[in-house]
Design a binder for this molecule. Structure first.
Ligand code: KG4
Ligand code: ZN
Length: 357
């Protein structure tokens, strides 16, 4: 079965073609990726300091068809060879989701194919199965993206239990807001991570919110405020050289990353202990963060668990994860498949509410 995947939930237009034969034959799952196209709108949104929803929707309209052509050409396939269409139904920006779902549904109707609406986070949390060291079920997923920070228990495809989540800012949001405070461009995750590498450990005593709370929830808005307070204190102080300023930013970035990573790692360990799982999956854009990866690898060595990552290029939003999640869901259960041309989007959508029975 060849599944077309369409992702348009935020600021990336992603299209991909996945052949389920690889998965069904027990080969490396990534072998099923036949073609893919991706366009990131980051450069367009950068001058506004964040995603402008209306611009995002319009750009998805412009990009989606050429990306489909590109994916088909890569895969050496024609439209007639597609068996099903998967698209991101939510959560995300309403206008952006509408573009992807309207496109997917129209195409499916035109070709008389079934379609399936995929939860964006399901795409992220199954993407480590496309890596070279795929996890076995059950596993814990630490989902850290621009909009979400969640710990999920994944017992099998379509069976998810929310263990904990952020009460305010998402981890990626904390990265992006802190980046802004340090004068870095949107989205600042990668830039902060690089800056932190030049920083001195422990110069600032920033909070590690909810580190010792008994639950598996997170809170990052206080950490961002603590960074803001340090910036204000610095600005109010005597004039410093550009070198001192650069070092201040690097040291503050270091302390910020160290605090955030400490909390994410500690809560992940707690989730593993509570559930008895031995496999942890890191997914979502912040999953590309090198400091977080090293800290988790370090703990895994001592803690008797394994950490699994998606291929680096599949950490941030893409069409492959949607084609793949749609394909695995269809193989597990045909419940979500539809031949109707009617569509609805779910800008706010709880993943566990979409569980298979
Ligand atoms: O999963 P994603 O592509 O989109 C959402 O679904 O939100 O995640 C985007 C987020 C942004 O906040 C970005 O700053 C963050 O992932 N990010 C990173 C890194 N690369 C992307 N954060 C920290 N370190 C990185 N290397
Ligand atoms: Zn995402």
């Amino acid at each position: 079965m060849i599944v077309l995947g369409i992702e348009t939930s935020c600021d990336e237009t992603g299209v991909a073609l996945y052949d389920t034969a690889a998965w069904e034959n027990g080969d490396l799952a990534a072998k099923g990726i036949l073609g893919q196209g991706l366009h990131s709108q980051i450069a367009m949104h950068r001058e506004y300091g964040g995603v402008v929803p209306e611009l995002a929707s319009r750009d998805h309209i412009r990009r989606v068809l050429p990306l489909l052509d590109e994916s088909l050409a890569q895969a050496k396939l024609t439209l007639g060879q597609i068996d099903a269409v998967a698209f991101t139904q939510g959560p995300g920006l309403a206008g952006a989701l509408l573009v992807g779902s309207a496109f997917a549904k129209s195409l499916a109707q035109g070709l008389n194919l079934p379609s399936i609406g995929v939860h964006h986070l399901e795409g992220h949390l199954l993407s480590p199965l496309l890596g070279t060291s795929a996890p076995s079920f059950p596993f814990i997923a630490l989902l850290v993206s621009g909009g979400h920070t969640q710990l999920m228990l994944v017992s099998k495809v379509g069976h998810y239990e929310l263990l904990g989540e952020t009460l305010d800012d998402a981890a990626g949001e904390a990265f992006d807001k802190t980046a802004k405070l340090l004068g870095l461009d949107y989205p600042g995750g990668t830039a902060i991570s690089k800056l932190a590498e030049k920083g001195q450990v422990g110069r600032f005593d920033l909070p590690k919110p909810m580190l010792h709370s008994k639950d598996l929830d997170f809170s990052f808005s206080g950490l961002k405020t603590a960074v803001l307070n340090q910036v204000k204190k610095w600005d109010a102080g005597e004039l410093k050289s550009p070198e001192q300023m650069a070092q201040f930013h690097a040291d503050l970035a270091r302390s910020f990353v160290d605090s955030l990573v400490a909390v994410l790692v500690s809560k992940s360990e707690k989730a593993l202990k509570q559930t008895g799982c031995k496999h942890l999956v890191l997914a979502g854009g912040v999953g590309a963060n090198q400091q977080l990866r090293s800290a988790l690898n370090e703990k895994a060595k001592k803690g008797g668990f394994e950490v699994h990552y998606p291929p680096l290029e599949l950490c941030t939003d893409n069409g492959v994860m949607i084609a793949f999640a749609g394909a695995l869901r269809m193989l597990a259960d045909s419940k979500g498949l539809s031949k109707s041309g009617a569509f609805d989007i779910k800008p706010r959508w709880d993943l566990a509410s979409n569980n298979l029975t």
